[in-house]
Design a protein around this ligand. Sequence first.
Ligand code: FAD
Length: 701
Amino acid sequence: MPCEVAARFLILYGSQRGQAQSIAEEICEQAAEYGLTADISCLSKQDKYNVDSEIRPVVFVVSTTGDGDPPDTALKFVRKIKNKSLPHDHLSHLRYALLALGDTNYANFCNGGKTIDSLLQRLGAKHFYATGHADDGTGLEVVVDPWIEGLWDALKKTFSGMSASNQTDAARSDCTQDNNLKNASGQEKTKSDLEVDLHLLKLSEVHSQNEKTVPSDSSDAETHSTTLVASLKQSVPPLSESVLKVPALPPSYLEVVLEQASTEGETVPSGKDGYHEVSISKAVQLTQDDAVKSSILLELDISEQDVAYQPGDSFDILCPNRASEVEELLLRLDLQMQRNCAVQVSLLKNSSKKAAKVPLHIPQNSSLQFILTWGLEIRSIPKKAFVRALADFTRSSSEKRRLLELCSKEGSADYNSFIRDSNVCVLDLLQAFPSCLPPLSLLFEHLPKLQPRAYSAASSSLQHPEKVHFVFNVVEFPACPEHPARTGLCTGWLVDHISSILQPLGTVPASECLGTSALPKVHVRPRPNSTFHLPSDPSVPVVMVGPGTGVAPFIGFLQQREKEHEMNQEATFGETWLFFGCRHKDKDFLFREELERFVHNGTLSHLIACFSRDEPDAAGTVNRPTYVQHNLLLHAKNVASILLKDKGCLYVCGDAKNMAKDVNDTLLEIIGNELQLDKLDAMKIVAGLREEKRYLQDIWS
Ligand code: FAD
């Protein structure tokens, strides 16, 4: 009997924070609309799939974490395909497509996906569709949406290739799995080394049944008014007059029951997932009141916990959503009276959602208020699928039309400008569209897990036994037409939380010995860093670049070095350079006194600081350095010599968006000039430094 090649494919995802998983699920859901059947599995579930004998096309969706690493859930799989003893044609039967997720604000863009891609290639697997590299820095959907759109055509071609191959071969052989493997590998013409710029991707010409068209709402008087200014609530022509292609309605899959049993008293998460409840023993304002940004140092008392850390590690802090926003949400959903009800979540019977699961971050039997406070990131930016689903719970036809516009292909620019770039959250949408009243289950289906925030340790336990220090900037978002003024979720909460113990800059604490019970508490979990540490050999010279709060880990490094110096006077210590920057010398020079002490006692060989907003001094230095990279350039000879001759290390910490990129460019310039190399060759040297773990970054945005 000839073989029938079922139009069935496999989706494997490696997700760190759930984005790759939700994209994989979206692909899985769309498949049926194209007459295809998809199976889906997390890469960590190795008992659920086997690429060694996989004859179906496989679609990988892989995110990137840390310093360009594959997500934790993909590590076992990576180890497996990295095995050097595997023959070069081990996966020659495998046809696959790969969507890599990353963020160009960080080094090693999309490296998690790229690693898996190159390992698969090395083992002979072939692309049936070009790899996509999606950038969270500019919006994943810019690449993800067209990539998925083109995937269906590529899959169909792959299936027809496999089917033709099977029919030819069926005349010659029985249908065995081995034959199928051979046939599949023999047929498909792929460009294995292809990396197509997705902007140039020729999109599928097959008309997508997945997209429903929505006629323009010509009855909407608002769109024809004389004020032709687009906003979150209102569109202007041509969008307001366009026929829309909107994404398919995501199938609902959760059933939420609110039970009257009272769950009062549940105020903070339990000590699960390795979190420790610790006291904040000190909080000190590090900046003047008139500084542009306010920076605060926290000291946590970890004496009663089994918590160890090294300078260079970070800690995750759990923070709740703002009580006022939870309140507004309850009010808006008409659920204030049910706030203390116990929530039961189960899977909806007959849901068409593939691999549906009750989200683990929604604990059973917790109160509604607790879940909205500690479980869900209610500030997250609603994805287009969420906006699409909200439209179906909107009574007013003009509001519904606007929501459909915002999630449509034609309304992409409006989505980017009024939702994504304006950091709009579900509450902002509910305020802007008053006739939208979604059920609670919809929020549970679409809101992601409330993530902890990470803070770098700014201390060494040699110098501060049983304590750990952090320093953070209070993040502020000014009011805009889409939402009121806000502070960052965690940093805004921390400021309120520590207000009773906050010491203004330069003051002596009123009471050093507040009873522990009176101190504010916080839940923390160590987040070890495998590479961002001082070299084990203290004679290795180090260059540290840490403007603003980026100086945090270097305070830890220097405290550690200071103590090591004291404990071992005979040892040889390499040179230490710190490039620091802030706005004003007298307003936000963090840790100034401590840094000057390090210089004074020889722990820090060179403190090179710059102040971007200070007026030039009386001497009126022309071209004075404004940012850390300018100072690096001024000291190019020393930096190059430390890195290229003395085998030293360069550490960069802080802002990922601008600073880390500027420093990287400057490093290329320094190395290019020093070694008389063009940019490409300088890049190779810098890549080598990264490889040798002598150029290390701990950056965030
Ligand atoms: P959030 O509410 O999460 O907002 C943060 C970002 O979201 C903003 O930068 C912005 O891009 C966006 N955003 C949200 N709402 C809006 C809006 N309405 N308008 C515009 N933009 C908006 N930070 C430190 O200060 N010190 C440290 O030592 C430190 N160490 C870190 C170490 C690591 C390993 C990592 C990953 C991060 C570190 N961070 C550090 C960053 C820190 O984890 C938080 O991201 C930061 O404090 C902001 O948190 P938040 O909850 O206050 O802000």
